[in-house]
Design a protein around this ligand. Structure first.
Ligand SMILES: [Zn+2]
Length: 296
């Protein structure tokens, strides 16, 4: 090994040890990345920082999803430029996964390019009240189901009740057996801040319905460990985590230990090795104290 190579190798090793392996890997990531999904002719992921969107290139235009522009104002412009490198077809649709700004802020370049914005009805209701200056209001909404057909592609939009939010939908490509659903199934990681306004009991029911749907791969709104896509096993694992955390906090809550006792003392050792456990645990415990110790 040459001296330079060994210095680089030692530096990388030190960074991995000092920063934790996951962080070390993150530092090596380029700021954004567009990837074709293996085995699907026309489906792509676009990642910018920690946010991820899916887009589909059809013979009659592009179906894009979340602009992922919150705190990353360059992301939507880059997203559109990345699409333009693949096709000259117009972006016909932007479909919002749910109403949270970290996923849907920044759609203006797509609006200016003539895209029609679609979201669940509840997302539009919230956005209409909040008037976020960076977030484009949906042009069209739906309640339970909507099918988008464009060129040779079908995308089914389905709302299956409350989960991580009250407006989260599942976007499904039936032919490719791929789904895009955001923040409902963290792929290979623990839950975190997103618990704050979630509906944990209904989320469990949602995951059971998701498991019964016909799909093989899940594109998450934050890239999974190593950038991999999710599987039904990931959905099952998150269901198990929600059920476990719920049951543990329920007992303590009914003994009067919420908020302080639980938040200071409770651990979920079964999940201690999962990425994000230490940082995410307080959010999980607080949400379940809200449910079982407060009634909401
Ligand atoms: Zn969210």
């Amino acid at each position: 090994m040459s001296r330079i190579v060994s210095i680089v190798a030692c530096g990388a090793l030190a960074a991995a040890i000092l920063g934790g392996l996951a962080q070390g890997q993150q530092q090596q990531q380029p700021p954004f990345e567009t990837k074709k999904v293996d085995g699907a002719d026309n489906v792509y992921t676009f990642r910018y920082g920690g946010g991820q969107a899916m887009f589909i290139v059809t013979s009659a235009g592009v179906i894009a999803t979340d602009p992922i522009g919150y705190g990353r104002p360059q992301a939507p412009t880059t997203y559109l430029e990345e699409i333009r490198k693949i096709t000259n077809q117009p972006v016909r649709y932007v479909i919002y996964s749910h109403h949270h700004f970290d996923h849907i802020a920044g759609g203006k370049p797509f609006k200016d390019a003539g895209a029609t914005f679609i979201a669940h009805r509840r997302a539009k209701e919230r956005l209409t009240v909040l008037k976020d200056p960076h977030t484009i209001l949906p042009d069209e909404t739906f309640d339970d189901k909507r099918t988008i057909r464009l060129g040779n592609t079908t995308v089914e939009l389905t709302y299956m009740g409350l989960n991580h939010s009250d407006s989260t939908i599942v976007m499904s490509l039936p032919r490719e057996k791929i789904i895009y659903t955001v923040d409902t199934v963290p792929v290979g990681g623990f839950l975190g801040r997103g618990m704050i306004d979630s509906y944990p009991m209904e989320w469990e029911e949602f995951l059971k319905k998701l498991g019964a749907m016909d799909w093989e791969r899940l594109i998450p709104g934050h890239p999974g460990a190593g950038g991999r896509l999710g599987t039904k096993q990931d959905a099952q694992d998150i269901l198990g985590l929600l059920q476990h955390a719920s049951a543990e906090v329920k007992v303590a809550a009914q003994e009067g230990k919420c908020w302080d006792g639980v938040e200071r003392e409770m651990k979920l050792p079964k999940y201690a090795s999962w990425p994000g456990y230490e940082a995410g645990l307080p959010f999980v415990l607080r949400r379940y104290c809200g449910l079982w110790g407060r009634g909401t």
